[in-house]
Ligand binder design. Sequence first.
Ligand code: NAD
Length: 261
Amino acid sequence: MYKDLENKVAVITGGSKGIGNAIAERFGQEGMSVVINYNSDEKGAQEAADNVKAQGGQAVIVKADISTEEGNQALLDAAIEHFGKLDVWVNNAGMEIKAPLTEMTLKDWNKVISIDETGVFLGSRTAVKYFTENDHQGNIINMSSVHQQIPWPTFASYAAAKGGVKLFTETIAMEYANKNIRVNSIGPGAINTPINAKKFADKAQYEKTVSLIPMDRIGKPEEVAAGAAWLASDQSSYVTGITLFIDGGMTLYPGFKNGEG
Ligand code: NAD
């Protein structure tokens, strides 16, 4: 637990399930107040909010499409209205659409980019405007992926978006480094969340994924949330512009793990 996080206010996009839900729960344990954004799953968001309160934090849920300016503004407005300020903004919402390049429609490409990359831009801009206009210490955490680094055939839009998030994070981290605003990314590997439910239900696919992980297991959402709590806290006060990979070693070229090559 990080004492400095108590009473801090966070916005988490896509917080009704998966990694966002786990971050909300962890922030609740830290005694934080959390705006939990959801897109369609109101029940999941309400359960996440109840969980935050049960852990000792405060929470409100807000329906908003984070690929829009109004959606992100609504999240900031809710933080101010309910909790009086904003300290931490987590751009977590994301999605993927599988298609070989020649079958990838412009509509699907635009959808992935608008949520996974433009959503990160809009959320970051909303938060940084608030931090700078109010001369407030600020902290932004972007949920990237190991696929900001590892190419992923048939998921070119997702890899392009996450690759964009990497340089976007590094660039705005530098732009605001001397304004008391820190910006970092997290690069999860394969984590047990609804985004992977179908894939992991297939035993062969599950085992194939595990074979790509030096630690020989899928990660848990709370292991990603632990990284988010550290990045949000003052314990990482001299850290900006990094991607914290939480991936069981997936980015370490696992094909070489038995000394091959
Ligand atoms: P998930 O599908 O469980 O959760 C994604 C959340 O984003 C959902 O709540 C969904 O409703 C929300 N969302 C999607 N579009 C939205 C929109 N337009 N507006 C508001 N919310 C929207 O997936 P997850 O695994 O928890 O993924 C969270 C983040 O972590 C994503 O950015 C994903 O790319 C990233 N990630 C996940 C993994 C993994 O293995 N699970 C690995 C690497 C990166």
